[in-house]
Write a protein that binds this ligand. Structure first.
Ligand code: FE2
Length: 307
């Protein structure tokens, strides 16, 4: 069984304007932690938010100019049952997996990996100095696809479609669609129910605004990684989202309306997807539907069947 196959998309009939923008349901401060062999990072989307932000399981933000914070990297480790989406803002990371695949992820590029039934891989910095910054998002797979054939794609920065709005906001469309521009990753809803939207928004200085239609059923959040952004609700009231905060957007209305807060420029991720509404059973790098499936994953890993 395969999953993650890209197909051509038909012309979009998606709405382009927003009349009833969502309000902020909750602001979240990430938790400083370490992962891999001791990489310091901020876990923005933590375990306790997995149900609320279904189908998203985790979002990490790593950002440091100190090699002691990132140099140890993420040596060989397994995954099963979900997808990892790694977006490099600055720096270089080399990945190698147990099937012999290897690639270099760098400045502005994305690796979209469907772990499916499982693999063992490493993600190691390819630099000994300088800034390393990026994000890793974990996106759940429906039960029917959790044991599919592993698959991944390295998307170089130049392959990520970009648009610039009339207000001067640069939109990098990693997946989904914005203002008629289809993202780098496109898959049909019929065999890919989560339909993730992943936008990187670069706001110029001076209060530029940006709106994105969203289905009310899709769970959605923004994460501000430069400057500060206002979320403007249907009454025209602004909720400021400070630097390094996530805003969970209420499931209502027909989209989200954002603008810079203050005079300076800002950058934010806008991420949304259709919830799977399936049981989530996680044990470290394995995310399945049931405890039995988790035990099978651990057993398969220990028996060397993931590599
Ligand atoms: Fe990994």
């Amino acid at each position: 069984m395969r999953c993650g196959i890209i197909r051509g998309m038909n012309a979009s009939t998606a709405p382009t304007s927003v009349q009833q923008p969502r309000r902020v349901e909750r602001l979240v401060t990430g938790q400083p932690t370490q992962d891999g062999a001791g990489v310091k990072l901020t876990r923005v989307l933590t375990h306790d938010l997995q149900q609320r932000l279904d189908p998203f399981l985790m979002l990490d933000h790593f950002a440091s100019d100190n090699p002691d914070d990132y140099g140890a990297g993420f040596p060989d480790h397994p995954h099963r049952g979900f997808e990892t989406v790694t977006y490099m803002i600055a720096g270089r990371m080399r990945h190698k997996d147990s099937a012999g695949h290897e690639g270099l992820l760098q400045n502005g590029g994305v690796q979209w990996m469907t772990a499916g039934r499982g693999l063992v891989h490493s993600e190691m910095p390819e630099q000994e100095a300088g800034v390393m910054e990026g994000f890793q998002l974990w996106l759940n797979l429906p039960g029917k696809d959790k044991l599919c054939t592993p698959w991944y794609r390295d998307i170089q920065s130049a392959e990520i479609p970009e648009l610039v709005t009339a207000a001067g906001v640069t939109v990098r469309v990693i997946s989904g669609e914005s203002q008629g521009t289809a993202g780098a990753m496109q898959r049909h809803a019929s065999d890919y129910p989560t339909q993730p939207l992943y936008l990187d928004l670069h706001f110029p200085a001076g209060g530029a605004a940006f709106s994105q239609p969203l289905a009310a059923s899709h769970n959605a959040f923004i994460y501000v990684y430069r400057g500060a952004v206002d979320v403007v609700n249907a009454q025209g009231e602004a909720t400021p989202v400070p630097l390094h905060r996530m805003a969970i957007l209420a499931n209502e209305g027909d989209g989200v309306s954002l603008r810079t807060a203050g005079a300076g420029p800002a950058r934010a991720l806008l991420i949304a997807g259709q919830p799977l509404r399936e049981p989530i059973a996680q044990y470290g790098p394995f995310v399945m539907n049931t405890r039995d499936e988790l035990m099978q994953a651990v057993h398969d890993y220990q028996a060397g069947r993931l590599g």
